[in-house]
Design a protein around this ligand. Structure first.
Ligand code: ZN
Length: 360
């Protein structure tokens, strides 16, 4: 029995803010207004927003409700502190913020891909140039489509370079890509990623739970080195704990990916771990439904995707089996109450048709 759902967020920033890079992050970014509207709508529909600890406890005790919502956020972007945190405070909505400890410490410098601040930096260079050069070849970036293509060319070139020379830092690689640019690595990291102070401040708020999203934000299930894999769990935990001054218990798999060794590590060091919900039965990348506290499926909150009106009950539907959803709807329609000796059956199917029965 699935009780409730976990929302997944990455970035929360207004569309016109500098955070947006020619639509590349559109699947990962929602505006603060949209986020707030979804929370309000879900509440109107009876959603109960819970911290990850309460969400898990209710699941265990069997007191969870289908409309329970746990808000989860990955990575560690600064805009979560700037824009999402005020929304959560206004709406009194608990949330769990999973951060990759290296992102906070050194940005993308030691990551395998130019993620987070590196992605932003690459995009900004491509945005202002019409032509770039990669390995002696011209890469055109005059139009929006060319810029998008150029971005993916440099992204892949970065990953290839990292594979060939793992000892090279992400900073060195970008410097080689864009030799005539004055790249401000420190400035970008500070502008786009939370500082330990931001996280410490958030962690003091009872609404906030900080969790780990690994150390270097790697595809954990592809890691061959078992010790390195274990360090993703232990070192990130240690680093986050010593900086926020609190113990942490929850993990989020980067890219939602896990296998048995990854699961074993999560179980050894954490109380829960979140994954991503599969798009359907044929989607083998992710878990479709699960009550395992170490393989919790999440749905991505996306502003520009075709979504139901709100991410409450109707968006919850795909996470149920047909029978469970029918049961949930039945409970919405027929409500049986005991008031002393009285038994009151409220039938509330179509508002207009049965409104008078509400006071029966
Ligand atoms: Zn991530």
């Amino acid at each position: 029995m699935r009780n409730g759902i976990l929302w997944m967020l990455h970035r929360v920033a207004p569309a016109d803010s500098e955070h947006l890079i020619f639509g590349l992050d559109s699947s990962l970014r929602v505006s603060p207004d949209y986020l707030e509207m979804q929370i309000i709508r879900a509440k109107e529909q009876g959603a109960r927003f819970l911290s990850i600890d309460d969400f898990l406890a209710n699941k265990r005790d069997g007191t969870g409700r289908p409309t329970d919502v746990c808000i989860t956020i990955d990575d560690g972007f600064k805009d979560i502190y700037d824009y999402a945190f005020p929304v959560f405070k206004r709406q009194n909505a608990p949330f769990v913020f999973y951060v990759a400890s290296d992102f906070i410490d050194t940005g993308f410098e030691h990551c395998l891909k130019p993620e987070a601040d590196g992605m932003q930096m690459m995009a900004d260079v491509i945005l202002k140039r019409d032509v770039l050069v990669l390995n002696g070849k011209k890469v055109y970036a005059g139009t929006a489509a060319e810029k998008q293509a150029a971005f993916s060319i440099f992204w892949q070139a970065f990953a290839a370079q990292k594979e060939k020379t793992p000892e090279k830092s992400g900073h060195e690689i970008l410097r080689a890509f864009f030799p005539d640019e004055n790249l401000d690595f420190e400035g970008y990291r500070k502008r786009y990623l939370c500082s330990w102070n931001d996280l410490k401040e958030m962690a003091k708020d009872p609404l906030c739970t900080i969790g780990s999203h690994g150390k270097t934000h790697q595809w954990l299930s592809l890691m061959k080195d078992k010790d390195a894999l274990e360090r993703e769990f232990t070192e990130s935990k240690k680093r986050i704990e010593e900086n926020i001054g609190k113990e942490i218990f929850h993990f989020s798999y980067p890219y939602g990916q896990y296998n048995n060794s990854v699961l074993a590590c999560a179980k050894k060091y954490y109380r829960s771990a979140v994954a991503i919900r599969a798009a359907g039965k044929t989607d083998r990348r992710f878990v479709l439904t699960s009550d395992d506290a170490y393989a919790l499926p999440r749905i991505s909150v996306q502003e520009n995707a075709v979504l139901p009106l709100y991410l409450g009950t109707s968006a919850l539907r795909p996470t149920y089996t047909g029978a469970e959803y029918a049961k949930h709807l039945f409970r919405k329609v027929f409500n049986f109450e005991r008031k002393g000796r009285k038994r009151v059956l409220t039938v509330f199917f179509l508002k207009i048709k049965f409104k008078t029965r509400k006071d029966a």
